[in-house]
Design a protein around this ligand. Structure first.
Ligand code: ATP
Length: 238
């Protein structure tokens, strides 16, 4: 079986600085794959490149059987690859409902869009309770939920989540992680970038550790969670 996403020898540079130095990994349909690593390892750059926001220096990216390098970002969304970015990037002056509508900007099926908005409210009840309020009034964790809900509005085959736990309380974080598991159970494939290695590896089928632009270690979520070097470097153990 070919993977839903196949990344081969991907290289990305900002001017002369190579932020991603030839990484190779795949994401099989129906799985959760995580990229972990310290600040500046190149995880966000990788996601932004996969979603067409940055042109890579080299390498190939195949999504659902076709090459997507050079494909405009909106066409990549239309192919079924959605991105919930770091720092959330919601529209603070628009209402919560309007933010969700914007996630469906490529769709014409009003009934389906309505159903998916209801689904977002079921996943995250707070969004439904405050649907008509400006999104900027939500707490950080609630904005994170809105960003995830909005990414889901394109009905993606693959959802890329950049640091969904950033700045969240332990309870909110638990909720986000449960939602990611629920999304997997309903057939969404997930590529998860996280600084919280414990949470990400507990959830993921497989993971890759990135350091200064390279993948230095790969394995199943469980194997990496028990790996001594990972525990020392990312889980705060001596
Ligand atoms: P973090 O968790 O801190 O976001 P990351 O693993 O996602 O880390 P990136 O944000 O991808 O890392 O950054 C990788 C490298 O590229 C870093 O050295 C960073 O300073 C650099 N970088 C990122 N964005 C730019 C930019 N727009 N221009 C120049 N350098 C950049």
């Amino acid at each position: 079986m070919t993977a839903l996403l196949e990344v081969e020898n991907l290289r990305v540079a900002y001017g002369k600085i190579e932020a991603v130095k030839g990484i190779t990994f795949t994401v099989e349909a129906g799985r959760i794959v995580t990229l972990i690593g310290t600040n500046g390892a190149g995880k966000t750059t990788t996601l932004r490149t996969l979603s067409g926001l940055i042109e890579p220096l080299g390498g190939s990216v195949r999504f659902d059987g076709r090459s997507i390098v050079g494909t405009p970002a909106h066409e990549i969304v239309a192919l079924g690859l959605a991105h919930s970015p770091e720092g959330r990037h919601i529209f603070p002056r628009l209402t919560i409902a309007e933010n969700l509508q914007l996630g469906a900007f490529l769709r014409k099926d009003a009934d389906g869009i309505g159903q998916d908005i209801q689904r977002a409210y079921e996943l995250f009840p707070i969004l439904g309770e405050r649907a008509k309020q400006a999104a900027g009034t939500l707490s950080g964790g609630e904005q994170q939920m809105l960003a995830m809900g909005r990414a889901l509005m394109s009905r993606p085959k693959l959802l890329m989540l950049d640091e969904p736990s950033m700045g969240l309380s332990p309870i909110m974080m638990q909720k986000i992680m449960e939602t990611i598991a629920e999304l997997k159970a309903t057939g969404t494939t997930i590529l998860l970038v996280e600084q919280n290695a414990q949470a990400a590896l507990s959830l993921a089928d497989s993971g890759h550790v990135m350091e200064v632009g390279k993948i230095v270690l790969s394995g199943s979520g469980a194997d990496l969670l028990h790996d001594e070097s990972v525990r020392k470097a990312y889980l705060g153990e001596d």
